[in-house]
Each structure stands twice: as C-alpha cells, then as structure tokens.
Design a protein around this ligand. Structure first.
Ligand code: 6PG
Length: 250
C-alpha cells in the first residue's frame, strides 16, 4: 500500500494535523478497547504537536499507555532525553498514571536498555506481536527514522523488537536504543511528520524506494511499510519541487 502524503501549508499546520489525527485515532481505539497505546518519537518536529495534543478534549488519557520509538542512552532528566522532551511538551500537562508511562531506561546503557525494553513490550503486548494503536515517527535529513540510521546493522534486524544502535559522529549522543522494523511496521495508525527543505532529498528518495526498499541506498525510512498504511504529514517547503509539486491538503 503506497503511503498517503498530506502536504500542509506550514510546519504549524503539520503539528496541528499530527495532533488532530493522533487524538482521533486514540478516541477510536478507546471506543472499542479498554486501553490504547501511543508510541512517541523524539526530535524537534513533534514538540508543537505534543503541546497541542495536550489541550485536545475527550481523550481518556488515564487509559492511554505511552511508549517511545527510540531513546538516547541517557537518564530521564538528561537534556537530550526523548522521555524528558515528551514530559515537557505533553505528559506533564496530563494526568496519566505513572504505570501508563513505559520509558526506555537509557541510563542502563544502550545494550541493556534495549533488552530491558523488549521485556517491557512483551509484558504489555504479549509475545505474539507488538502493535501500537498510534505510532509517531520523524525523519532525519539522511533518511533515518527512530534511531535506525543508514548503513546500520539494525536495519536488517527482523526478529528482535528493540536494538542498541549508534548515531553518526555528528550526533550529540551517539549510543541509542531503537525499535526495529518488525515493530515499526505493525502499528494500526502510523504518522510520519517532517518539514523543511533539508528533508526534501530524503523524502523523495523514500518515495522512490518505496517499491524497492531493500536496494541501497534507499533511506531507512523507506522500510516503514505498515500493512495498515502510512501517512506522511509534510509542509509545502519540503514538498515544493517534488514531482507534481503537490498542493497543500488543508
Ligand atoms: C530522535 C528521533 C529521530 C527524529 C529525526 C528528526 O530521537 O531524534 O527518533 O528519528 O525523528 O532525527 O528529528 P527532527 O524532528 O528534530 O528533525
């Protein structure tokens, strides 16, 4: 199933769309299930969306369980922690029970944290499959997603649900923990938000490689191909110059 691409006029519109779609998907899940699972991403793109999501009504947050798609090998108070970012932009504003927050414990070190988080996932979802109701992803300018970077052996991991990975030398924190494609391709609703011309090349390469993601140098994000469908939320700046120069979907 080819990805849906929604082009919004500005990064602020991308954030609003991510928040709105997340709220709609959580409400739908909670309408039929006792609990819902939301997997957050790191990076700067989702921050305004998370601040907006915290203000939306009619979400039974006490029944929402929150997970992370990746984390740096740092503690929860570290400036580069994805958990800390989520607390500052979303979670501190909500009254989620502590038991609903399933943090990647980066302070254990990447390898130990990866093994520990796999047990967290198994105990919540069971051994059959780890299927989030809503999965957020971002994309770097090199086409990485979560902490799955070009050329990483983790790209080939099809059995484990979590791995320890190493970010490129320019990254402030190189030791990472990431979910793997078996998990990242299992969510019921998968939303990738990206904006800016710096990601245009990686996005174009991801779309080009969608039909053949195993052929290098397809970017890691090209391997995000959930059966339930994938939705890209991008802004006009990123989209401009792409084939057909898609008009914003407002
Ligand atoms: C992280 C994310 C990572 C992020 C991209 C885009 O932990 O940083 O998981 O995959 O989504 O690097 O980051 P920006 O949103 O800051 O461009």
């Amino acid at each position: 199933m080819s990805p849906q691409v929604h082009v919004l006029p500005t990064p602020a519109d991308v954030a609003s769309e991510l928040a709105t779609r997340t709220a709609d998907a959580l409400r739908a899940a909670l309408a039929t299930e006792p609990r819902a699972s939301l997997c957050l991403t790191g990076g700067s793109t989702p921050a305004p969306a998370y601040r907006q999501l915290a203000t939306l009504d009619a979400i039974a947050w006490d029944r929402v369980h929150v997970f992370w798609g990746d984390e740096r090998a740092v503690g929860p108070d570290h400036a580069d922690s994805n958990y800390r970012l989520a607390c500052e932009t979303l979670l501190n504003a909500l009254d989620l029970p502590e038991a609903n927050l399933h943090r990647i414990e980066g302070e254990r070190g990447a390898e130990a944290a990866a093994y520990h988080y796999e047990q967290v996932l198994l105990s919540f979802f069971g051994a059959e499959s780890v299927t989030f109701d809503v999965l957020h992803l971002g994309m770097g300018g090199d086409g990485h997603t979560a902490s799955l970077f070009p050329g990483s052996p983790a790209l080939a991991e099809m059995k484990r649900y979590t791995v320890d990975t190493v970010a490129p030398p320019a990254s402030p924190i190189r030791d990472r923990v990431s979910l793997t494609f078996p998990v990242l391709n299992s969510a019921r609703t998968t939303l990738i938000a990206a904006h800016g011309e710096g990601k245009r090349e990686a996005f174009a390469a991801a779309l080009d490689a969608f039909d053949d993601p195993e052929t290098p140098p397809s970017p890691p994000v090209a391997k995000i191909r959930p059966e339930s469908g994938l939705t890209w939320l991008i802004d006009r700046e990123l989209a401009s110059g792409l084939n057909g120069d898609p008009e914003p979907v407002v």
